[in-house]
Design a protein around this ligand. Sequence first.
Ligand SMILES: NC(=O)c1ccc[n+]([C@@H]2O[C@H](COP(=O)([O-])OP(=O)(O)OC[C@H]3O[C@@H](n4cnc5c(N)ncnc54)[C@H](O)[C@@H]3O)[C@@H](O)[C@H]2O)c1
Length: 332
Amino acid sequence: MKKKVLITGVSGFLGSWLYLSIKDKFKVYGIDNFSTGNHVLFNSLNISKRNFFYADIRDNKKCENIFKKIKPDYVIHLAAQPFVSKGVEDPSETYSQNIIGTLNMLNLSSKYTSGVFLNFTTDKVYYNLNSKKPFKENDVIIGTDPYSNSKSCADNIGQIYRDFKGLKVTTFRAGNIIGGGDWGINRLIPDYYKSILKKKKLLIRQPNSTRPWQHVIFITKSINKFLTHYNRKFITDFNIGPLSKNFYTVRKIIKYLEKNSFEKPMIKYVDNNIFNEKKHLSLNSNKFYKIFRMKPNSNIERDILFTDKVYKSIIKKDKNLIKIMIKQLEEY
Ligand SMILES: NC(=O)c1ccc[n+]([C@@H]2O[C@H](COP(=O)([O-])OP(=O)(O)OC[C@H]3O[C@@H](n4cnc5c(N)ncnc54)[C@H](O)[C@@H]3O)[C@@H](O)[C@H]2O)c1
């Protein structure tokens, strides 16, 4: 019998790619309240009404009924307020979604599941003093803006539930994820394609900032491996990011986009840091590579080309979006 996987935040960018990549191997259910982004990928997936639950992860009563009904084998917790800029504008909503929401999912998992819980946090959970040294899993966790800090709390709470409630919590602290179909707020690649769509000038903040960019399919493959080869060694915290040669600056990503995208927006570089973003962020993911026995198959030019194909299909409203995504999942 197929194992049951519950994805929170299933209609988001990562959730939609993940659903598509595991739906044939597992019985996949999802929870979402459509609170962020544009759900064009999700809408194209045609997920059955029996497998999707419209709910806020903070709504304890509604979520308890869902967990009781499904009794999932695995919970993949992606739902979050995931934007740095929105965190600055509305810290209390950000803390509430990311902390109360995570707490609720952990509580329900300890009551109604086998206890396997993948807590998806971020590389921004670390106390970042702009040193170029890559973060390791035991470094101090205190994010320095509301989004990052709320994810640090969610990360810590997951560890507490592992230590004191016996939940089998795995943490994935992921670097920046790129790929087609993300319409997030104040994120580089979504902003690039929004500028094409709206024929507006693209303003680039912080062109010299470095980030650990990785393609969304590396993440879906990692979660696939987590589900198919689950074992006790996974019950710990992992950084998950590219090899260090793929820590590119924003300027370099823009250069690759301009070279490969189906259209180019007008670009203006502006020198501001209104969201107080860190200049350097790098991750040491050796623990993940070793225990999961996998390494990212990164090739930034191919990753940008893949990304562009999906955005082009969405913007041109062609009917082959899902076929293109499936082909990319096979070819990556
Ligand atoms: N995209 C990245 O570069 C990146 C990098 C590191 C970590 N992450 C993490 O990955 C996860 C997914 O991010 P994403 O990029 O797919 O963002 P996204 O906004 O596309 O997806 C998040 C989804 O969660 C849902 N959601 C938010 N609050 C909810 C609530 N209270 N109840 C139910 N559903 C709710 C949203 O509607 C959305 O569909 C987040 O936890 C984020 O912090 C993302």
